[in-house]
Design a protein around this ligand. Structure first.
Ligand code: FE2
Length: 429
């Protein structure tokens, strides 16, 4: 007897009429038209069954703090960092936990079941670290939460000497934070940025951890810390375990230099996370017209064989006042900004918030295949492009074969002469 049988589903690779059989939290069979006794049977009615959305880049310690203590007037990264600095002394662990849990509710409802969140380690109290470790435990049965020790103010920039933030970061890792973060472009000098990349990669190598750095998040065509990140990755044997996040300076770099850089990044097996909602609003703020888009070179990175994922980065915080945990909204913006309008490019944008993002986190058992965890989302769309176009309703969200959330289908009743009684915004419906 199966625990769950999904029938008549479409899959991300284009297969239709597929059944997915689940026993003890794992997928045991994926085949067309399966019929077997099951505790629960779901007729997908031809809709798309997709593995859960994965957000490879988020800031859960800042989320849902919009307006506290004031609003970012300039809309720039730097005012956002200053604003976060004003908010930090006012934070309480209780409020941090409550806001994070509320965001996790939103995420589950949107089928977002794995999140890599950076957590600021520059506050010596490590209040946010303690709060997010508690949240990680609380949500463990429904969200895979991976924490990155993020020295937001610069690991070498501390006012009490360069050791201060390094020791905070090491303490956070001792407490159980999973990944080593950094922000080389925000260190005081370019040289210190380079030193920070080396130092942080060495800490990760020593501890056997992954690395995920905010890197070159500026419009400066000469900000080239990703080159150092690729170099240190290879020097320390960290291939496949290091992520460069944002990389917006690549947008503005010289094309010849980028042609050299892409090969170096591919050789180091770097992962790249682009954050389209944030970078289309933060970048180009110092331009008049024409204004640069400021997102990194997503299609070119993908063409070079580099794993590229899209992250949400921020929801209702000092940097971004919108968002709801909807990774299809993230992919939708990424597709527009990168002009990835072909059918295959649009499918690649959906991959960027599912399978590619899962690779960034190193998730085990991810996918709709026998042996994988029975984690999936039934969307009100028949294929990935339709899902992207409609930012489709998440009809049902399952984790380990158990229903976590469901949302009624989006249908508008029409009262029009000689026209259908309703629409779902799909051709043929
Ligand atoms: Fe970020």
């Amino acid at each position: 007897m199966l625990d769950l049988l999904i029938k008549n589903a479409s899959l991300q690779d284009g297969q239709r009429g597929m059944s997915v059989a689940v026993r003890e939290g794992r997928i045991v069979e994926v085949a067309p038209g399966l019929d077997a006794p099951a505790q629960e049977v779901v007729d997908a009615q031809g809709m798309l069954l997709i593995p859960p959305f994965v957000d490879p880049h988020f800031h859960m310690d800042a989320t849902l703090s919009f307006g506290m203590p004031r609003v970012n007037q300039s809309g720039t990264l730097l005012e956002g960092i200053a604003l976060w600095g004003e908010l930090k002394p006012l934070l309480t662990q209780e409020a941090l936990v409550e806001r994070a849990l509320q965001y996790c509710d939103w995420a589950v409802a949107k089928g977002l079941l794995a999140i890599r969140t950076h957590v600021d380690v520059c506050d010596p109290r490590l209040l946010a670290v303690e709060a997010l470790l508690e949240v990680k435990k609380k949500v463990a049965s429904y969200i895979d939460l991976q924490l990155v020790a993020f020295p937001q103010d610069g690991v070498l920039r501390g006012f009490n000497g360069p050791q201060q933030h390094t020791s905070n970061l090491e303490r956070a890792l001792d407490m159980g934070v999973d990944v080593v973060g950094g922000i080389p472009h925000f260190e005081r000098t370019y040289d210190q940025g380079t030193q920070s990349v080396r130092l942080l990669c060495e800490i990760a190598a020593r501890r056997g951890l992954r690395v995920d750095m905010h890197c070159d998040e500026s419009d400066d065509p000469h900000s080239r810390h990703v080159e150092t990140l690729a170099f240190e990755t290879q020097r320390l044997g960290l291939q496949g375990r290091v992520t460069g996040s944002h990389l917006t300076s690549m947008h503005s770099m010289d094309n010849y230099y980028v042609s050299k850089l892409l090969a170096l990044m591919a050789e180091a097996k770097l992962h790249v996370v682009s954050n389209p909602l944030i970078n289309i609003t933060l970048q180009g703020r110092h331009d008049t017209y024409p204004k640069r888009r400021g997102m990194t070179r997503v299609p070119e990175l993908m063409a070079a064989g580099i794993n590229v994922a899209f992250g949400h980065d921020c929801v209702m915080d000092p940097w971004y006042s919108l968002g709801s945990g909807d990774m299809l909204e993230v992919a939708h913006m990424g597709m527009h900004v990168a002009q990835m309008t072909s059918q295959s490019a649009m499918r690649a944008c959906v991959d960027a918030v599912t399978v590619n993002a899962a690779q960034v986190l190193g998730l085990e058992g991810y996918g709709i295949q026998p042996g994988c965890h029975a984690d999936f989302v039934l969307l009100q769309a028949r294929n990935p492009v339709e899902a992207l176009r409609l930012r489709a309703t998440r009809l049902k969200v399952f984790k380990r074969g158990k229903l976590l959330a469901q949302t009624p289908a989006s249908v508008s009743q029409l009262h029009l002469p000689d026209r259908p009684a309703s629409t779902q915004w799909m051709n043929g419906f």
